[in-house]
Design a protein around this ligand. Structure first.
Ligand code: GDP
Ligand code: MN
Length: 380
């Protein structure tokens, strides 16, 4: 789950990271009031969960409260990369002398949280990594020791930080790591970390991505979720405890197990089909989950057939089949349903499915080919 800039910066502030004064607002009149209260030049910033807002015209400096109102009005009517802007952050504007990149990510290869820093901040760090990798400094963090003072100092010197600011920088890096750790983040980023003309360090932008698998223990962060940023079907799936990703194809996929779901999509594509979704209904296949999953899959008008790929392991195949049949009864299944089921009691499971008018298959190849054929003959 991504947090907005204003949410991320509020968290950073709790860890001692300096942030500009400001407030988030949802209309232009409020933007004018905040600018008047701050009594300085301000920067008006679109709060949408995508990067590159600056380049898209979603970040603008205003010299007066009137101008802040005008700019806020304009930014609030924008869409950035398909997302409507519903809120803007009005922050005191900074006199920027330098822009630094400072981020912490999980480096899967190193199996460590890793600090990434660059003197070439402000712009796309991916672009810097591609064109000038030598400008990027990385330090893996030992989870038992945390970010060590010497590591933070090496980073500071590596990006050519002014000697007078090294201590402040190491405190910011330390705060960022603590924020990353305490929020179970997969990413915590300040881009840019600004060196002001007055010689101060301040986080002008902020981004935190919280690991979804840790949200169960962060009720406070869950509150920060922006419902607008998720498609309706993804929202429904999350509430039903299903892992669901909407895709553009026409073959709905209902699979128990994430790895099996990936393999199912691959085999559909191998036979020249296009999956309409990734869906992992988890272990077994209880009727209520099947029902919720089917409703989500069938609400997509592109879906011309649904392929069930079920492995009966701990849950027996006949139990799973019964769950599917019960789930099917509860929805209006208007497209062909193909089921491949293997594992414990698979034959009995197939019998139950066939008696409910489902097309059955013994292998995934057979199931995928039948699903592709069914989708094609169903007006593709
Ligand atoms: P992003 O494009 O979505 O990453 O949004 P940022 O918050 O990083 O802003 C983009 C750019 O706007 C920054 O790299 C800065 O160059 C500029 N910017 C942001 N805040 C200020 C500010 O207070 N004053 C000035 N002059 N420029 C700013
Ligand atoms: Mn930025």
């Amino acid at each position: 789950m991504k947090l907005h800039e204003y949410q991320s910066k509020a968290i950073f502030a709790n860890y001692g990271i300096p942030i500009p004064k400001g407030s988030v607002v949802s209309n232009a009149e409020e933007a004018r009031q905040i600018a008047a209260q701050l009594g300085t030049k301000v920067v008006v910033k679109a709060q949408v969960l995508v990067g590159g807002r600056g380049k898209a015209g979603g970040v603008k400096v205003a010299a007066t409260p009137d101008e802040a109102e005008q700019i806020a009005d304009q930014i609030l009517s924008m869409e950035i990369k398909g997302l409507p802007v519903r809120k803007v952050l009005v922050d005191e504007a900074l006199n920027i002398a330098r822009e630094i990149y400072l981020g912490i990510v999980v480096d899967r290869a190193a199996r460590r949280a890793t600090v990434i820093a660059s003197a070439a901040g402000g712009m796309d760090i991916e672009e810097v990594a591609r064109t000038a990798p030598e400008k990027i400094i990385r330090k893996a963090i030992d989870p038992a020791l945390g970010l060590q003072g010497y590591q933070a100092r090496e980073i500071a010197f590596g990006i050519g930080m002014d000697k007078a600011l090294v201590r402040e920088f190491t405190q910011i890096a330390d705060g960022l790591y603590r924020a990353f750790q305490r929020t179970d983040a997969s990413l915590a980023e300040i881009n840019p970390l600004v060196v002001t003309a007055e010689g101060k360090l301040i986080a002008a932008d902020g981004k935190i991505v919280v690991d979804d698998n840790a949200l169960y223990r962060h009720a406070d962060l869950e509150q920060l979720r922006d419902a607008d940023e998720e498609s309706e079907s993804e929202q429904r799936a999350r509430k039903a405890g299903l892992s669901f990703v909407k895709l553009d194809g026409d073959i709905g996929c209902m699979v128990n197990g994430a790895g099996l779901a990936m393999a199912t999509m691959d085999v559909i594509k191998f036979y020249d089909g296009e999956p309409a979704n990734f869906l992992d209904i988890g272990g077994g296949a209880k009727a209520d989950k099947v029902k919720a999953a089917l409703e989500i899959i069938l609400s997509d008008p592109n879906v011309k057939a649904v392929l069930f790929n079920i492995f009966g392991g701990i849950t027996r195949g006949d139990e799973v089949a019964q769950g599917i049949v019960d789930g099917l009864k509860a929805v209006n299944a208007h497209v062909p349903m193909i089921a491949r089921i293997v594992g414990t009691n698979a034959e009995e499971g197939r019998r139950i499915l066939a008696s409910a008018n489902m097309i059955t298959a013994e292998t995934l190849e057979e199931g995928a080919q039948k699903a592709v054929a069914a989708a094609k003959s169903n007006g593709r």
